[in-house]
Design a protein around this ligand. Structure first.
Ligand code: TTP
Ligand code: MG
Length: 407
């Protein structure tokens, strides 16, 4: 593959910087962003607090001990996901090849576009300046020939840094670097490598592959490549955000039973919700489409107070619309869609209830991904489908149902 130029942008003290931007009284002060639960911990802290040794994961007593005048700020996920979405819009001005990797980190492939901005460093300076002007947030940008190196360079250039490590400078950078600094080498692997006398990336890159393979199996080769600064993983480009996520289905036969219509709506809501969750989107407009046997098509939408990708919230909005109309005939086709789309990222939710809901939806999606749609779905299907003419129910011991859809 021809050499690429990959940029990694990571916001400095992201949640804390957003809070300091939102409330000028917090600027220049040691602050810690915390969750809302009683026994919460520090999620992140401003660089002013870091100077006192306040660390992520400390409880509030530990944080106060380290820094008596620290200010605790409860986290507000909406602010962070909003900023994350706006940051992506900024990046898109510089290249279409973007991977939003986490809530405050993105990879940009600027191989084809950097010359339009005066070169990689000039492009990065413009991004930093634009983010500073718009959000008053510092960020650190690492540039390298692949994502492994760009991420490493961004990590070691914090805070407010900018550095480009070119292809022929990689081996010098890695020679003395401790292996634990490499993205993907955790404490256990570090320990094993050190026990083998491999402490630096330079040594890892030179280690015989047979030795690494005997200790780490197929990962051995991968580790050697990492030690040499090589990385096969290319950026996984995010498409520009969709405007709508929707599903519709022509029913096996025209129906008039409200309970059956609702059962299909729940199924459609689940298809929409799981697709939105899979791709990290949420929407605040739900639209119901109904087509009658004479092909006349009716649609009505409703706006939700908050963005969602939860099956049941989408479904409830759909039912609300259905309740508000009078069906003129049997129903031939049903559709549910979600629009006013925003990107949400898979960061640790700060709020317990949301976290629980998210974990449940995540587990349901994972099983459905593996075993096919609707292996697991909401038990309330059962309450609504009278006679399973079309949807065949099969109870499982866990209380969820195995649903097959007849084509
Ligand atoms: P990081 O980029 O790891 O940290 P940071 O941006 O606060 O600081 P740095 O300057 O070192 O980059 O994480 C980004 C945000 O994600 C962070 O502000 C808080 C949040 N976060 C979690 O929600 N859960 C976690 O476990 C961690 C580590 C971070
Ligand atoms: Mg960060």
């Amino acid at each position: 593959m021809t050499s690429r130029i990959i940029l990694c942008a990571d916001m400095d003290a992201f949640f804390a910087s957003v809070e300091q931007q939102a409330n000028p009284k917090l600027r220049g002060k040691p602050i810690a962003v915390i969750g809302s639960a009683a026994r919460t911990v520090v999620v992140t802290r401003s660089y002013e607090a870091r100077a006192f040794g306040v660390k992520t994961g400390m409880n509030i007593y530990e944080a106060k001990n380290a820094c008596p005048h620290i200010i605790f700020v409860p986290g507000d996920n909406e602010k962070y996901t909003y900023t994350c979405g706006e940051l992506e819009k900024i990046y898109r001005k510089y290249t279409p090849d973007i991977e939003v990797y986490s809530i405050d980190e993105a990879f940009l492939d600027i191989t084809e576009t950097h010359h339009l901005f005066g070169g990689p460093v000039e492009l990065a300076e413009q991004i930093k300046q634009e983010i500073k002007e718009r959000f008053n947030i510092n960020c650190t940008i690492g540039i390298g020939p692949n994502i492994l190196i760009s991420k490493l360079v961004s990590d070691i250039s914090k805070p407010d840094g900018l550095r480009w490590v070119k292809d022929d400078e990689v081996s010098l950078l890695l020679e003395e670097l401790p292996v634990k600094e490499l993205w993907g080498i955790g404490p256990k692997t570090t320990e094993k490598l050190m026990a083998m006398g491999i402490n630096t990336c330079g040594a890892l890159g030179r280690a015989p592959v047979s030795l690494l393979r005997s200790r780490f199996g197929i990962m051995g080769e991968h580790l050697k490549a990492m030690g040499q600064g090589r990385c096969e993983r290319v950026i996984s480009v995010n498409e520009a955000d969709p405007k709508t996520i929707g599903h519709s289905m022509t029913l096996p036969k025209d129906i008039s039973s409200i309970r059956q219509i609702e059962a299909y709506m729940l199924q459609l809501s689940d298809m929409v919700g799981s697709r939105a969750r899979k791709h990290g989107f949420a929407g605040s407009t739900v639209r119901l489409t109904i087509r009658y046997p004479d092909f006349e098509t009716f649609t009505k939408q409703t706006h939700l107070p908050e963005h969602t990708n939860h099956t049941q919230e989408i479904y409830r909005a759909g039912v609300q619309i259905l309740d508000s109309i009078k069906l003129k005939d049997k129903v031939r086709l049903l559709g549910i869609s979600l629009s006013s789309i925003e990107r949400v990222t898979g960061q640790m939710p700060l709020f317990k209830e949301k976290a629980k809901q998210k974990a449940l939806l995540g587990a349901v999606d994972a099983i459905n991904d593996k075993y096919g749609e609707f292996k697991i779905t909401w038990a309330s299907y059962s309450a609504m489908v009278e006679r399973p003419k079309v949807i065949a129910p099969a109870w499982r011991p866990s209380g969820v149902r195995n649903i097959k859809i007849k084509k």
